[in-house]
Design a binder for this molecule. Sequence first.
Ligand code: ZN
Length: 156
Amino acid sequence: MSDPLKDMYRDIIMEHYRYPRGHKEIIDPDLINGGQNPACGDEIEVKVKMDGDKVGDVSVDCVGCAISVASGSMLAEVVEGKTIEEIKKISAVVKALLKGEEITEDMELGDLEALKGVRNFPVRVKCALLSWTTLVDAIEAKEMKTTAEMSTTEHL
Ligand code: ZN
């Protein structure tokens, strides 16, 4: 039996897997973080160079299964030109999408829609989330550092 919608999702994922976006070198990144999904053996490194308050350039280097690589490639495509707040929102939408939760955010999903197909395979949800959690962790670590630095200055 063939499900045309599922085939479409699979095609999008395989296309990103074969030709992943964001394969580049970024000099002096503002955000850098590595992530692993030991259950599947996926490994990723995400780097972001900001341009003002927006993402100017992003590199994603993922070695792993088709889903982790495709999701990282989609991330590279989607976050360019976005602000940190927008990235947090998108990442929350991706999480909701993968968990089958209702999406309240009004957002153009584009290829991310294909990740919907992954929710039927709970063990692969972590693969699809790897790039997003790696990037959001980097953002949160940087924000905590900035807050800490700011409060240190205040006490001086
Ligand atoms: Zn995987």
